[in-house]
Design a protein around this ligand. Structure first.
Ligand SMILES: [Zn+2]
Length: 294
């Protein structure tokens, strides 16, 4: 059997994926972002429709277990928009769970079983790391994800806090049997240091940039410069790009902005103008087809 990408409406071949927003959140409910929760299916459809209209054909939803994930809702969005939607099992970083959340006490083996069961409908295993450190809860999730990966070889998609610890995460997972090229590191552009990330990419891991439109932190030009630098160092084939609209206040359907379509409608077009269509095609089409297949 050849490689597949597992979407909420069934398996597709990697060639079918098309232009992909590699990091989204159609629903998210977390104590870490009070007042910025969102869980409305109709509004998710409205927002995803704008992404589709801007040229995306697929998105990977990084909302894992226990933080408002809605697999039926994701399927409804996929049906309404005809976007391929890849869902996540796994856990987020510790700060996203209440002190009394029963998931905290679940044993590693039980978590691994839960992840494997989820992989009937989910296509990636999400993990979260803290700033320059892993809590005990996060370390347990890493172990469980590696155990699940040994049974179903889905990619591991890891939240890095401010782009820290990328190499340490890849090495830690490799030590428990997960090949670096099965690991996607998110938010690396929060730490726009091409030299550091080049070292991680040289291991074979995927570097995901997902900060377009966060103008109060950095301009899009910073992200474009990082992409250009990494491409010049020979790592164009390790790059992924997402919008990561993980707050209600970032979504137009809730009266916020810049909206889920920003990454395709604005950023991707600027990337094509400044860095060329060939690089864009690689980052938005060829790379995700490989990174998210198993
Ligand atoms: Zn995210």
């Amino acid at each position: 059997m050849g490689a597949i990408i597992r979407t909420v409406r069934g398996d597709i071949s990697p060639e079918e994926l098309g232009p992909c927003d590699a990091h989204e959140h159609l629903f998210l409910v977390t104590p870490a972002q009070p007042g910025d929760d969102y869980s409305d299916v109709a509004k998710a459809i409205e927002e995803a429709q704008t992404l589709r209209a801007a040229g995306a054909r697929a998105l990977v939803d990084w909302t894992p277990i226990g933080v408002g994930r809605d697999l039926d809702g994701l399927r409804a969005v996929s049906e309404a928009t005809d976007l391929h939607v890849v869902a996540a099992t796994g856990l987020h970083r510790e700060v996203h769970y209440q002190p009394d959340d029963p998931l905290r006490d679940e044993r590693m083996e039980a978590l691994a079983d839960r992840f494997v069961a989820d992989l009937e409908r989910c296509g990636v295993i999400k993990l979260g790391a803290s700033y320059h450190s892993l809590t005990a809860f996060e370390a347990k999730a890493f172990e469980a994800a590696a155990a699940a990966h040994a049974r179903v070889a889905a990619p591991l998609c890891v939240h890095t806090e401010h782009g820290t610890m990328g190499l340490a995460i890849v090495e830690r997972l490799e030590a428990v049997g997960v090949p670096p090229d099965r690991v996607v590191l998110a938010h690396v552009d929060r730490n726009p240091d091409a030299g550091e990330h080049a070292e991680t990419a040289a291991m074979g891991a995927w570097l995901q940039l997902d900060g377009p439109g966060r103008t109060k932190y950095w301009p899009d030009s910073t992200i474009l410069a990082l992409i250009a630098d990494l491409a010049a160092r020979g790592f164009a084939s390790r790059l992924l790009l997402g919008g990561d609209t993980g707050r209600r206040s970032m979504l137009r359907a809730y009266g916020g902005g810049p909206g889920m379509d920003y990454v395709f409608a604005r950023f991707k077009r600027r990337l094509e103008r400044e860095l060329g269509t060939e690089l864009s095609e690689r980052i938005f089409v060829a790379n995700p087809a490989t990174a998210f297949s198993f």
